[in-house]
Design a binder for this molecule. Sequence first.
Ligand SMILES: C[S@@+](CC[C@H](N)C(=O)[O-])C[C@H]1O[C@@H](n2cnc3c(N)ncnc32)[C@H](O)[C@@H]1O
Length: 507
Amino acid sequence: MEFDALHLDYRPIEVLIPYARNARTHSDGQIAQIAASIAEFGWTNPILIDGTNGVIAGHGRLLAARKLGLTAVPVIELQHLSEHQKRAYILADNQLALKAGWDEELLAVELADLKLAGFDLGLTGFDDAEVQSLLEKLVEGDSSADDEVESDAADDIPETSIRSVTQTGDLWFIEHAGLTHRLLCADAGDMTAVSRLAGFGKASLCFTSPPYASQRLYTLSRTGPGANDAAGQWDAMMQSVCAALPTVLQPDAQVLINLGLVHQDCEVQPYWDDWMAWMRANGWRRFGWYVWDQGPGLPGDWNGRLAPAFEFIFHFNRQGSDMRRPNKNVPCIYAGKDTHLRGDGTSAGGMRNKDGSKTAWNHVGTLTQDSKIADSVLRIMRHKGKIGQDIDHPAVFPVALPQFVLECFTRAGDTVFEPFCGSGTTLLAAQKTGRHCHAVEIAPSYVDVALNRFLQNHPDARITHADSGEDFKERLARLESETDAVKSQAQTQPQTQTQNQPQKVAA
Ligand SMILES: C[S@@+](CC[C@H](N)C(=O)[O-])C[C@H]1O[C@@H](n2cnc3c(N)ncnc32)[C@H](O)[C@@H]1O
């Protein structure tokens, strides 16, 4: 069959004529959702029109475009349809789409990942109640997975996806330009596993971003205290990971942990409260509390709230204020000038004492210093775009964020600990700033992502397995060729079967 090539065109919005007998209805709410979708994703689906600007499909998109105040819209002109075909297609375009179903488990995983990435799920067209119910099913399904009865081996679908190069328990050495990073595939709360890293030296900083609240239940442990409730699971995970910190950190180390807000039942959930209390009881003071300003909020209907544009960074340590102080790494704009000094050499600015007198500046008579301590608001644009070729992770930091924290709290040659490595952003920041990184990631496939991402950024890096000495790239190539062999075997098998079956006679 041959079809005419389609041509995309733009038409002024006022020339388009909606079909007077359009039986499909659009509520105001749905039009607002379509408008939000166009604002977020841009045009992804042109309006279909006939040869005289009559709308065949896309009435909702046209109304949404009007709502957005657009003056022109993308159209595809379908001149080849007869009058009856056109009227039938107006129905078919809507009705055929309704016949598709959803794989609810995959749908819930997609929604959970998008939610973790901070995406406004309202833009997917699902309402709050639908999302909630799907996510609940995901949690139920996940916890029951362990109880599944043994399945018949004959029902097993041959494994054709590419296997993870990394296996749980693997420790990789990443060597590049005089630095050595180490990435361990393990639960960062497994003290025995994590203590392997301590053998290579202790870190002076931990900077990390755990899963927020219960958003990624499938990576959490299903055993141990609180295993049966999501909040308890999160507490248990955080407690076990933080209990391992003294093993891998120097006594005067700083610990900075990024967490975002979570809303549930129309309220902000202070899901960190119990864990914070545990931290305090275990000698970790909440020393500082910073805000990560992620840049302008994204378009979307944020369930009645203002668009989210920040997250928190909690700063803990165990020693007094005589411990290591942040580096003065931000240049002062008045460096070397004396504009802040009065005639008597004291500071013209500064706070007043209770009696109204000026507090003496403790660098009396000195010119403005060259650099200062960074602000407690970290103004760093959120991550945008892809992290590399054929690799992805749902919750990626911009490299500039760990880079900033490393530059504030460590010196070149120091080691930083990253217990929730994800896609390996902290590894890249450590390389960029001349620090070593000791990292842990529970999911073998994300360890692969982090290593591939490192290699895509630093193709000359050497990545070797700590125990076998095997090269990561060589192991990857070996597994890929094994997978290709399995795939081609799987493809040839059904063909052999059909050859033995009676052949259909072509109609
Ligand atoms: C919020 S993401 C971190 C993303 C990271 N900052 C980046 O830029 O890619 C959290 C990561 O922690 C991992 N994780 C969850 N529980 C863990 C555990 N107990 N031990 C180690 N890693 C864990 C998840 O698989 C996920 O990749």
